[in-house]
Design a protein around this ligand. Structure first.
Ligand code: GTP
Length: 180
């Protein structure tokens, strides 16, 4: 595989505290899930190699803390990101309502060259739970407004965990082909 077919992409995971960002990353990278909650302090990152459209992609995944008090770290964490995965918890309407704030904050801090077409992928996590507050339809409607792709998923049951990362990598490759 030539150097041209190899690309390192930075993906940032954002969303309210407790929506399952660390769990989602852990399921994707290590195929593990734990129901114990340990809040992320600042940020954590992992890498995973995947193949997208015959390109070897080294995904550098940044898992950020959803708590307000760590948001001042934003600029350093978001800068240079090639795509962003926005997560909410389908059993929490508040975490869904918070998405537009996360999206705006990301664009402000990351300051990408073409914000209007920046690749965002949205995940409604914890679909394994019964007390759902946000429907798939509601989520898709919001995503259409902001031009993001949507996936219903569960880090716990490993449902649609890989797909959002592949979709984000694919969208980022297309976006950067246009801008380089
Ligand atoms: P911060 O680090 O505070 O930003 O939280 P986070 O978004 O990284 O959430 P985390 O992955 O730590 O998960 C919070 C809690 O939700 C933990 O107890 C997880 O076990 C649980 N959780 C995560 N994903 C799922 C899921 O798909 N289903 C269920 N039932 N629980 C989940």
């Amino acid at each position: 595989m030539s150097e041209w077919n190899k690309k390192q992409l930075k993906v940032v995971l954002l969303g309210n505290s407790g929506v399952g960002k660390s769990s989602f990353m852990n399921q994707f990278v290590n195929h593990r899930f734990t129901s114990m909650y340990r809040a992320t302090i600042g940020a954590d990152f992992s890498t995973k190699e995947i193949t997208v459209d015959s390109t070897l992609v080294i995904l550098q995944i940044w898992d950020t803390a959803g708590t307000e008090r760590f948001q001042s770290l934003g600029n350093a964490l978001y800068r240079g990101a090639h795509c962003c995965l926005l997560l909410f918890d389908v059993t929490s309407g508040a975490s869904f309502s918070a998405l537009s704030g996360w999206l705006q904050e990301f664009l402000l801090q990351a300051d990408p060259p073409d914000p209007a077409s920046f690749p965002f992928v949205v995940v409604g996590n914890k679909t394994d739970l019964e007390n759902r507050e946000v429907s798939c339809r509601q989520a898709i409607e919001w995503c259409q407004e902001v031009g993001a792709e949507y996936f219903d998923g569960s880090a716990k049951d490993d449902i649609n965990v890989d797909k959002p990362f592949y979709a984000a990598a694919k969208a980022a490759l297309q976006h950067y082909k246009k801008h380089t």
